[in-house]
Design a binder for this molecule. Structure first.
Ligand SMILES: NC(=O)C1=CN([C@@H]2O[C@H](COP(=O)(O)OP(=O)(O)OC[C@H]3O[C@@H](n4cnc5c(N)ncnc54)[C@H](OP(=O)(O)O)[C@@H]3O)[C@@H](O)[C@H]2O)C=CC1
Ligand SMILES: O=C(O)CCC(=O)C(=O)O
Length: 479
């Protein structure tokens, strides 16, 4: 019998089956059927969150700590099962799926701790006899809209701080990956959240997401996804004068200098560009390589790419799973063709692969002799495709790295302290890596970028409080 999952609205599981979840490694495998909310149900979820807000925002830290800690413990205890489901619905490998599930458990644990670390300030006024208190309050109803590429970690790093700081939530996950989203909502619900505090509205972005954008009762929206949808979130949020936070694309550079350790550089490129099938906003899609190491780097990278095992995400041997769906596969292929038309050389991969099961398998692709002006070097591809751009020296590498509309992550492989230090200071990115892949970040420190990649306060770690709280300054005349 096919699994069927419903939406959670005001503490009740509701809705008829409306959308089917398919395994991208085997399109004949149905993960389950899922409710698909309409605008009316989105409205009910928002109303429930609004009604639940006064009590939840006044609940003490211990009540919030208990729920978040319990959720963390259950996610960790069920990491293999939840991680396997994640790999089955999204297509990242079993190891990546389990790793991401562990990361979600760690995030809930971190924010359980945050509930006990909340603090304010008491400062003397410039006026005698007056005291000033600076406190943080919950924002209200937070709309959370998430993408398909990190089906459990991204919902976790938005939902956990929202709840920890006393907000109520309306959560709309990506339609492609509802099982992971459903699992964490089910776990949090059973962990003891009062009704209405967390509402799940699976459904189409153009319907459910849009209803959230259009509602005056949604006080803040945290969004991760494409630049196009991010701009819609921004425009609608300005209209309603609400807080909003956007995490969007990247065109992240990995600079490889002549003095780099070749093995480290190739590891960083392979991991950053192709792991998770390149479907990370932090992926290294531009490999900017100085002249003297260029040919050795390309040869060594091609050699390693040739050994990558591309296959069914649930097969323990697989290193690169399938692309998430047919639309994304076509986008990847289109960009490879665009790169070649613009003059790059397809030095490795780029073709569809046949495997035992029908799936969206693409051989990781390397474009060489690329320039930074090519569309394939400027626009986010979001697949296992990287371009190598040859430069003469560090100065040119830095200029090319910064010449992009995006600014999420950047990386440099070098043994020079001088260049590493200069790059950390001068890279126009929110996160900078030295001798590390551009993708794969810690869960307890700020995450976010500059320019077209991000808007609003940082996510994750203590810095998340900036978005999920609002500051109040209170003056008291005590005589
Ligand atoms: N920065 C990142 O981490 C990500 C970047 N991307 C980029 O975006 C491209 C397209 O991916 P895609 O999944 O279509 O990205 P979208 O921006 O369309 O999707 C992200 C989320 O927004 C929702 N959404 C869609 N339309 C609206 C709307 N009008 N109002 C409110 N919410 C809406 C989606 O719902 P639903 O999909 O369920 O309809 C999903 O939950 C990728 O190829 C990649 O380049 C994609 C994912 C993550
Ligand atoms: O690289 C990471 O660890 C996180 C990437 C991410 O958040 C994303 O691709 O949306």
């Amino acid at each position: 019998m096919t699994l069927f999952r419903q939406n959670l609205i005001d503490g009740e599981w509701v809705g008829d089956a409306g959308s089917r979840n398919i395994n991208p490694s085997d399109t004949g495998d149905v993960v389950g059927d899922y409710a698909s909310a309409g605008a009316a149900q989105a409205g009910q979820a928002i109303a429930a969150a609004k009604a639940a807000f006064p009590a939840w925002s006044r609940s003490g830290p211990l009540a919030r700590h208990a729920v978040l800690k319990k959720a963390s413990d259950e996610i960790m205890a069920r990491k293999d099962e939840i991680g396997r489901n994640l790999a089955r619905e999204e297509g990242k490998t079993l190891a990546e799926g389990i790793g991401e599930t562990i990361r979600a458990a760690q995030i809930f644990d971190f924010f359980a701790g945050e509930t006990l670390r909340l603090s304010g300030e008491v400062v003397p006024s410039v006026r005698p006899g007056v005291g000033v208190e600076i406190t943080r309050e919950a924002v209200g109803v937070v709309g959370i809209i998430t993408p398909w590429n990190f089906p459990i970690a991204i919902p976790a790093w938005k939902i956990a701080p929202a709840l920890a700081h006393g907000n109520t939530v309306v959560f709309k996950p990506a339609e492609l990956v509802p099982e992971s989203a459903w699992s964490i909502v089910d776990i949090l619900h059973r962990a003891g959240l009062p009704k209405g505090v967390l509402n799940l509205v699976m459904g189409k972005g153009s319907v459910v997401g849009q209803a959230m954008l259009d509602s005056p009762d949604v006080n803040a929206i945290s969004f991760t996804g494409s630049v196009g949808t991010g701009k819609r979130v921004a425009a609608a949020s300005v209209e309603h004068m609400r807080k909003f936070q956007l995490e969007m694309g990247g065109k992240n550079p990995l600079v490889v200098l002549d003095d780099a350790d070749l093995a480290v550089a190739v590891d960083c490129a392979l991991n950053g560009a192709f792991f998770s099938t390149g479907q990370r906003c932090t992926a290294s899609s531009r490999l900017i390589v100085t002249d003297a190491i260029h040919d050795r780097f390309v040869d060594a990278l091609k050699d390693r790419m040739g050994k990558l095992v591309v296959g069914d995400a649930l097969d323990a041997q697989t290193q690169i799973g399938p692309v998430v769906d047919a639309t994304q596969l076509k986008q990847d292929e289109d960009y490879i063709a665009i790169g070649v038309r613009e003059g790059a050389t397809l030095a490795f991969g780029g073709g569809r692969l046949d495997r035992k099961t029908p799936g969206f398998y693409l051989s990781p692709a390397l474009l060489t002799e690329a320039t930074n002006a090519m569309r394939s070097s400027r626009e986010e591809i979001f697949g296992p495709v990287a371009s190598v751009i040859r430069v003469k020296d560090y100065d040119e590498a830095l200029a090319v790295a910064n010449d992009t509309p995006f600014g999420l992550t950047s990386g440099i492989c070098t043994s020079s302290l001088k260049h590493a230090t200069h790059f950390k200071r001068n890279s126009e990115a929110g996160m900078v890596m030295v001798n590390l892949p551009t993708a794969g970040v810690d869960f307890h420190v700020p995450f976010g970028g500059r320019k077209g990649s991000s808007y609003g306060p940082r996510e994750q770690g203590r810095y998340a409080m900036e978005f999920y709280t609002t500051v109040k300054t209170a003056y008291t005349f005590a005589g």
